[in-house]
Design a protein around this ligand. Structure first.
Ligand code: GDP
Length: 612
């Protein structure tokens, strides 16, 4: 048999004649009217082969007034069908590019058991990391020399000849971040609760997350080696949160373990398998792979690199895949031991290179039989994404522009796109920038992703008037040109605080600062002269600091300000002076004020921005 027989004969996920799928096919078969969108009275009459006036009449009797061109809602279409002796069915049309929404009807005979995918959650310090390490290092088989690479975000363990897939990032943040992106990868949650500490806030949060995702929990009561550890107390406390252990008649399995002393680890693994058996987890290995990105980064040598979890089907090396809105060919696929794999079946995590862009954790992927189909679908997804992101409001196109907006005193939103060398740094830049939000400026990060700055970033930047920040990545000449054409500003940094400082100073430097008075000096009026056509001139002695021409002045009489205004002229003898220092005499004329008297104090000041 052709050794590629299995690879070649996989079921595709999207029918290849998907063009026809996309048409709105209304059809009547066996007296069932299948419709895909709302229809007018005229259209429905035609499909059912009845007279439009009969439909209008029937609706009229229900006190619904319609004309032949009115659209009918699904419910009314159903009623009319029944009235005319048809059954009906509404078929939802899913665009081929929305492949995550695709519901695949598997024939039961094609389904095979697959390993469970497990996430470990629990309160901080209850031993999640220690447990992950203990599991990693348990049952180390002969072929697992070298141990599991830290580079991959998930790994598999075998016990009693069966595999379990563990997602490596503990905690419910990663779990809920995935879920918020529509990805559900976890079949079972192992909830770690320390026997010497009991149920804590994050234990409860983890329970809530697991329940919201409808994922069963296995409780690992950890640290049973600690003197005074009280597993029963944990079980009792969990009951208050509706996690009822089997021994109290509930359906939650519990295991007592010590992650540190490696006690009960095998039992925990066996319990996971028992739970998995009850869940009857199955998939069809004989179809093109579908799955989710667990992690992704831009590898300096190898380019975009992603850990993918195959959830259904089998991924083969050299398959064409669409990941998020990028496409690629699986150039190399490795497992947790860095061994090169030719194929990866359901529930297998693999590290893959060959993608055109770095995807995001939680992105879905799918494999396709042809490069063309993969490329077309990726393109459609890209356009759809841009259109969706275009909804992002208008923003600021450059930092200069930001200065103007802020100094106009309006609340300003700055849309920012962050591209960085890894998911971690992209997240760090995003988090730091968002901390700069204040009551005048809102930083709106519309895309934050690892990978080079691409044309798609420029398009998004142009559509949503965003500034692109590149952190440890540089745009190609082509992308730079595109940015110029589109008027999108790209700013590049290699040091995170320099980037943050730049944005911060752009915001702060130009924000409406609080203005304060700064006193320059005081002069005492010793006598006054009335000069016709000019007004009253005060002959003064500078008693403190300096008096500057054209400065602003307060006039004080007995310590009270009696006038605020501007100096019109400052003279030393007959000549104009720029400034006169303490201990010297001068003549001052105040603009529009002649009521100056001997003994008054003229205080000279400037208005300056308040220092931080
Ligand atoms: P995490 O925050 O849930 O990932 O908790 P860690 O795995 O970092 O563990 C927190 C602390 O508890 C560390 O000092 C561990 O060595 C310790 N620890 C974890 N498991 C056990 C255990 O089974 N017994 C004992 N005595 N200590 C443990």
């Amino acid at each position: 048999m052709d050794k590629n027989f299995k690879k070649k004969n996989r079921e595709t996920n999207i029918p290849q004649n998907s063009q026809t799928r996309n048409k709105n096919l209304n059809k009547v078969t066996n007296q069932v009217f299948v419709f895909t969108k709302s229809l007018t009275v005229g259209e429905l009459a035609k499909e059912l082969n009845v007279n439009p006036s009969d439909i209008i009449k029937k609706l009229f009797l229900q006190k619904k007034l319609v004309t032949i061109n009115n659209y009918l809602d699904d419910e009314t279409i159903g009623e009319i069908c029944l009235e005319f002796g048809f059954d009906f069915k509404k078929e939802e049309i899913i665009d081929e590019e929305d492949f995550e929404k695709l519901k695949i009807d598997e024939k039961p005979e094609n389904l095979k058991e697959r390993p469970p995918v497990v996430t470990i959650m629990g309160h901080v310090d209850h031993g999640k990391t220690t447990l992950i390490d203990a599991i990693r290092n348990s049952n180390v088989a002969a072929n697992e020399f070298g141990g599991i690479s830290q580079e991959i975000g998930a790994y598999q363990k075998s016990i009693n000849g069966k595999k379990i897939t563990f997602i490596d990032t503990p905690g419910h943040e990663a779990f809920s971040a995935m879920r918020s992106r529509g990805a559900s990868v976890t079949d079972i949650v192992v909830l770690v609760v320390a026997a010497d500490d009991g149920v804590m806030p994050q234990t409860i949060e983890a329970i809530d997350h697991a329940k919201a995702a409808n994922v069963p929990i296995i409780v690992a009561i950890n640290k049973i080696d600690v003197p005074g550890a009280n597993p029963d107390k944990v079980i009792n406390e969990l009951m208050e949160h509706n996690v009822i252990a089997e021994k109290y008649g509930g359906d939650v399995m519990t295991c007592e373990i010590s992650a540190k002393k490696k006690i009960g680890i095998d039992n925990l693994l066996e319990t996971i398998l028992t739970e998995a058996e009850m869940l009857e987890l199955k998939a069809n290995p004989n179809r093109y792979a579908i799955g989710t990105v667990l992690e992704a980064e831009l590898d300096k040598g190898e380019g975009p690199k992603a850990t993918l979890l195959v959830q259904n089907g089998t991924l083969y090396s050299s398959d064409y895949i669409v990941v998020g809105s990028a496409y690629g060919k699986v150039r190399r696929m490795t497992n947790e031991y860095k061994l090169v794999l030719k194929e990866a079946g359901p529930s297998t995590p693999v590290s893959v290179i060959g993608l055109s862009e770095v995807p995001l954790a939680g992105d879905h992927f799918m494999a396709f039989p042809s490069e063309k189909q993969a490329r077309d679908i990726a393109e459609k997804r890209r356009i759809k994404k841009i259109n969706e992101e275009r909804a992002a409001n208008s923003g600021i196109t450059s930092l200069e522009n930001l200065y103007d907006k802020i100094s106009e005193g309006q609340m300003t939103t700055i849309n920012i796109i962050i591209k960085a060398d890894s998911t971690g740094s992209a997240e760090a830049v995003k988090a730091s920038l968002e901390k700069l939000n204040n009551d005048q400026v809102k930083i709106n990060v519309i895309r934050s992703a690892p990978g080079a700055i691409t044309e798609s970033d420029i398009l998004l930047g142009s559509a949503s008037k965003a500034i692109i920040y590149g952190f440890n990545v540089r745009p190609s000449a082509l992308v730079r040109k595109k940015a110029e054409e589109e008027g999108v500003e790209i700013r590049l940094h290699r040091i995170i605080y320099a980037l943050i400082e730049e944005v911060e100073s752009a915001i702060k430097g130009k924000m409406k600062k609080e203005m304060v008075e700064k006193s320059l000096g005081q002069a005492e009026v010793r006598n006054t002269f009335k000069v016709s056509k000019v007004g009253t001139i005060a002959g003064c002695m500078v008693i403190d600091g300096i008096i500057k021409n054209q400065a602003k002045v307060h006039v004080l009489r007995n310590g009270v300000v009696i006038y605020d205004g501007d100096m019109e002229s400052l003279k030393r003898f007959k000549d104009d002076a720029k400034e006169v220092k303490e201990g010297f005499e001068c003549g001052i004329k105040i603009k529009g004020f002649n009521d100056i008297s001997e003994g008054d104090i003229i205080e000279c000041f400037e208005v300056v921005e308040k220092d931080e």
